[in-house]
Design a protein around this ligand. Structure first.
Ligand SMILES: [Cu+2]
Length: 126
């Protein structure tokens, strides 16, 4: 149990793990850790995967890594907006609880070139 509790800090400052307790709803339970890590790649001008399926109630860690320049990763409905550092400078991590069913759009929030507005995808909670 001790190892489990130490696995993930609840909140780490910018550049580390950002705890996000919603899609709207409950606070994170102490000692809870994500069931899955979902790796997302950002590159001009797409996210891969562009569709992420979660089960309702599931807690996951999203790790977004850029293959080129700085990007942003925003989930408007969940109030998430983080910088995805440029290639070789680490990743952005979000602890994410799929609190309710539905489709939630994510998009690049940092202008990155001509196809910037094409950089979008969605999280589907079933
Ligand atoms: Cu962009």
């Amino acid at each position: 149990m001790a190892a489990r509790a130490a696995a993930l800090p609840a909140v780490v400052a910018a550049g580390g793990l950002l705890l996000h307790p919603a899609l709207p709803g409950g606070a994170e339970k102490e000692g809870e850790k994500p069931r899955r890590v979902i790796n997302i790649v950002a590159e001009r001008f797409y996210f891969a995967p562009a569709e992420i399926k979660l089960r309702s109630g599931e807690v996951v860690e999203l790790r977004i890594r850029s293959l080129d320049t700085n990007h942003g990763f925003m989930i408007p409905e969940a109030g998430v907006n983080v910088v995805v550092p440029k290639r070789g400078k680490g990743d952005a991590r979000i602890l994410f609880r799929a609190q309710r069913k539905g489709a939630f759009e994510f998009l690049c929030s940092k202008p990155c070139g001509a196809g910037h507005t094409l950089m979008r995808g969605r999280i589907v909670v079933e």
